[in-house]
Design a binder for this molecule. Structure first.
Ligand SMILES: [Zn+2]
Length: 73
């Protein structure tokens, strides 16, 4: 019988895209960092998310915008 090839293509492995680096990551219990490709990417993404959450955009105060009507060229 020549059906060994079929078994090879039917591997129950899901490949998803790593949110951090965009690479392939194995979405299976063998990958504890899923959906990230690695623990490193997981930590990196969490760090970026945390810093963005705690960072308050205070570059231009609302009052400043009211008085600054001259367009910058
Ligand atoms: Zn990655």
């Amino acid at each position: 019988m020549d059906q060994t090839d079929d078994a090879d293509t039917a591997t129950p492995r899901r490949i998803v895209r790593c949110p951090t680096c965009g690479g392939d990551s194995v979405y299976s219990p063998s990958n504890p960092a899923r959906p990230f490709c690695s623990e490193r990417c997981k930590n990196m993404d969490f760090g970026a998310w945390a810093s963005e959450t705690f960072r308050v955009p205070t570059q231009a105060a609302p009052d400043d915008l009211m008085f600054n009507e001259t367009p910058r060229m």
